[in-house]
Design a protein around this ligand. Sequence first.
Ligand SMILES: Cc1ncc(COP(=O)(O)O)c(C=O)c1O
Length: 434
Amino acid sequence: MNWWYNRIEIRIWECFMKYTQFAKRLTKMTGIGSLMEDMGAAVQEGSATRMLGGGNPALIPEVNALWRRRIEEMLAKGTELEEALTYYDSPQGKRSFIDALAGLLNDEFNWNLGAENIAITNGSQTALFMLFNILAGTGEDGAVRRLLFPMSPEYIGYADQLLDGDAMCSLPATIEETRPHFFKYHVDFNSLAIGEEVSALCVSRPTNPTGNVLTDEEIRKLSRLSANRDIPLIIDNAYGAPFPNILFKSANAYWDSHIILSMSLSKLGLPALRTGIIVASREIISALSACNAVVSLANVSFGQVLVKPLIDSKEILAVSRNLIRPFYQQRLALALEALQEAFGNDFLYFIHEPEGAFFLWLWFPGLSISSMELYERLKRRGVVVVSGHYFFYGLDCPWEHTHECLRLSYAPAPEQFREAVEIIADEIRRAGIR
Ligand SMILES: Cc1ncc(COP(=O)(O)O)c(C=O)c1O
């Protein structure tokens, strides 16, 4: 049990939530807070936890060697180190990095971006927090503008980001059984009504938690629907092309003037450098930069200085294509093998088709305990996962499915994953399926 559940902390939360909407949203027990606490505890020295819970990227030796090489170059060369450490940059981000990135994206995708289309933030999580609250919530006229997630389940990190929590809504995915023990979620376009009050749409692609990759056709349809209503479509591309490119099926990158594309250096292997990237219209970039100045003054420069030469030389594309993607593809194959061996045919389970990112999303139809209870039982046995219910927010109606899923990361070492799924299988057998 982590400190969120400690009674003293709960009293502190109750004390603050009397004050503001901000305190109410941000100081309570949240799924993302619990997940980050679990992850922090697991990286403490000596922790024997099998940590399948967080979104930490794997340690890939060849990729880490690249960061070392770059740091040695920074130490040896001219003023790179000073540039990374000793200046507050513009709140939009480092101009040399932004120019390099615009060049790379234009060369790769023909997007015709200028520097005015890109902003840097301290992590894409922070960018999304600012964007959501710019785009949705109660307006000066008293009307509520809503942020719509067209396919639930969605990323746990969005759930508590909107200060006006009621301004968030989600549409349940439809479920397609694709082959024995596998399924795939789709956007339910037949039920997707984008009412007047909806002011933005948001999807992650590849999707965290499920590993789904919305098809090009689904993205085109969502884009058309949002363009027709003149509202932005946020596409969170933290795992996508052109870096880190953790994509196992072909899917085209997509941008247009009403698209807000979110990217990050985190899943390349640099989560500690807190570098998020937003590609959007000039107006959105200006608004985000203004917000960034108020909230952060400026961004962490280190990641931008470290990575810029790899963008100039396009080495970042080769690293993503030839090191990062194959690494996760291999981990995925081992994870699936371990899971299928451990689960056998003793109980009913489904795995979401793993098309990208580095998570396996499991569904146990008819599980006799809730996924949260399963999480607790597993944690007592040294296995940390994420209960699926956290990823279903903003839904109108109860849905049993929301308590039948777990998210596992397969970024950790394969032996750890194998031990963990054997314990999961044992707990499911004990709990039973109704
Ligand atoms: C889908 C998605 N979006 C955004 C983020 C935030 O990443 P960061 O703030 O490290 O850029 C994450 C992190 O796990 C994620 O999975």
